[in-house]
Design a protein around this ligand. Structure first.
Ligand SMILES: [Fe+2]
Length: 507
């Protein structure tokens, strides 16, 4: 860990930087811009953050840099004009990581904005702004956005343009950052290539998504934390089983390529680098005494689908297999880790960030219940264990999710009990098509603990936490097929400190 930066070092470096500023443009050697994918930061701690970029002058053709490593200089400043440089260094971008860099900074001050930029191959990147987490004992408000499901072909990223303009400490991404497949009723732009299975194909898919200027703006505005869902690899996969690839060994090779490409394109530390088809991306992120944020991996370790083994989980079904107590959503090791972490003295607010709707959702008709096996209803015993770990714990428990392409708010109770133990919000989809209004209405009617549901609009959610309570705002895009679309508040909610449960606010 680096020592704290002294004021003297800050000023000295700033003067040196002002004198040494070379004249860089975005065009580097050979007139090619290596920073086509923007910049990002993530994984904020009180004393550090990860800075990210990837050099890719030919972003949709493998990057365009060949096999040689490239030196990437980085600068961190405590002002937007880069007049006061507080740290600088050089990272090696190698072909093995698609010429991405993940700079793990330490020694920074808590709850502070910093600005960063990179230079390489004679070009300078756009600047990004980041923010460290509050100090361990601080009780400061925290405000973050959460998002998921950004199928590139189905819409533009007006939601990200809106998000980038919000005053946020953090963006939390809950998965489906890319889609491996093309689907949907109406496309506004197209994937290049088919369904990726090779590392080079996954890299090009990430590059296509990250070429979007509104997504780049949201990354450049504040630090992100991310977990994946299924479409980063293959629709409806569970552990080593994919409905699309019959042979588990063959699927694990695809998963290894997909995880490596995820790592190369996310602002995450080297500890999240995959080893073959395995990568530990779950973790606990503290924001002082206000927020304890658990980022959870709901794909890599989960039990295979019940009732529909080895097949797509799209049909709605029910069967007794789903009730098997040995079934697990997070896998035994992650579940044990989470339970142990939840037993440690909590912050005022605990947020479980995981891919999908946790609340029970009977989607049947008449007297016949029916469930979606890819959601938590395929893992009800694991859900009970999770809610049991949250019940009776001091502090407030919130669950956030994505995946289902709809906005939901829910009161979470243990089976057969009246007490609400946690409050859930699912933040819509950035672009991905949602279910019909009729199906949402039917779910609301059959599941009274689902307090709000809306699937007609795309968007994201914001959550603001303070001593008093939690405020949630669902932000909806008027028309995701329009790059310049307006984005407005769809619905507000509140959760009071010490009183779990959804309270609807003004729309
Ligand atoms: Fe999705």
């Amino acid at each position: 860990m680096s020592p704290p930066l002294s004021r003297r070092r800050v000023l000295g470096a700033g003067v040196a930087a002002a004198l040494a500023l070379p004249a860089f443009g975005s065009r580097g050697q050979g007139g090619r811009d290596p920073f086509t994918l923007g910049v990002a930061s993530g994984c904020p701690r009180p004393d550090g953050v990860v800075l990210w970029t990837r050099l890719a002058p030919e972003p949709l053709q493998g990057g365009g840099l060949g096999e040689a490593p490239v030196a990437v200089a980085w600068e961190l400043a405590d002002d937007e004009q880069f007049g006061r440089i507080v740290a600088r260094g050089t990272a090696q971008a190698t072909a093995g990581d698609a010429h991405s860099v993940h700079v793990e900074l330490t020694g920074l001050e808590p709850a502070r904005h910093y600005w960063y930029r990179f230079t390489a191959l004679g070009a300078r990147s756009p600047a990004g702004r980041t923010r460290t987490a509050p100090a361990a004992q601080a009780m400061a408000p925290v405000r973050f956005a959460f998002a998921s499901c950004q199928q590139y072909e189905q819409g533009y990223y007006a939601a990200y343009r809106d998000m980038a303009a919000q005053p946020l400490d953090l963006v939390v991404h809950l998965g489906d950052y890319i889609y491996e497949s093309s689907w949907g009723a109406r496309f506004v732009r197209r994937h290049e290539g088919g369904i990726p299975t090779q590392l080079a194909e996954f890299r090009d898919r990430y590059a296509l998504y990250k070429s979007d200027p509104d997504l780049q703006a949201a990354h450049a505005a504040c630090p992100w934390l991310a977990v994946w869902d299924d479409h980063e690899v293959a629709n409806d996969y569970t552990d080593d089983v994919s409905p699309r690839t019959a042979d588990p060994a063959q699927f694990l090779a695809i998963r290894a390529a997909a995880y490596q490409a995820w790592y190369e394109h996310m602002p995450v530390p080297a500890s999240m680098r995959p080893r073959g088809p395995h990568a530990r991306i779950h973790g606990r992120w503290r924001f002082g005494q206000m927020l304890d944020l658990f980022m959870l991996d709901g794909r890599q370790y989960r039990s295979h689908h019940a009732c529909l083994p080895g097949r797509s989980a799209s049909p709605l079904v029910d069967c007794s297999d789903r009730l098997d107590p040995s079934r697990t959503f997070f896998g035994a090791a992650q579940e044990a880790w989470l339970e142990a972490q939840l037993a440690v003295a909590p912050a005022r607010w605990t947020v479980l960030a995981q891919p999908t709707l946790l609340a029970t959702a009977d989607r049947g008709a008449g007297l016949q219940p029916a469930y979606w096996m890819d959601g938590w209803d395929g893992y009800p015993a694991a859900r009970e264990r999770l809610l049991g770990a949250l019940a009776g714990r001091p502090g407030n428990a919130l669950v956030i999710g994505g995946d289902v392409h709809a906005f939901w708010a829910a009161d979470l109770r243990r089976a057969g009990q009246d007490a609400v133990v946690a409050t859930e919000f699912v933040g819509g989809a950035i672009t991905s098509e949602g279910p019909s209004a009729a199906s949402v209405a039917a779910m609301l009617a059959r599941n009274p603990h689902l307090r709000y549901g809306h699937a007609d609009r795309r968007g994201y959610a914001m959550m603001a936490l303070d001593r008093r309570g939690c405020d949630v705002e669902f932000r909806a895009v008027d028309d995701e097929k329009d790059r310049a679309s307006a984005v407005r508040t769809l619905q507000r909610f509140a959760v009071a400190d010490g009183a779990p449960g959804v309270h609807l606010g003004a729309s």
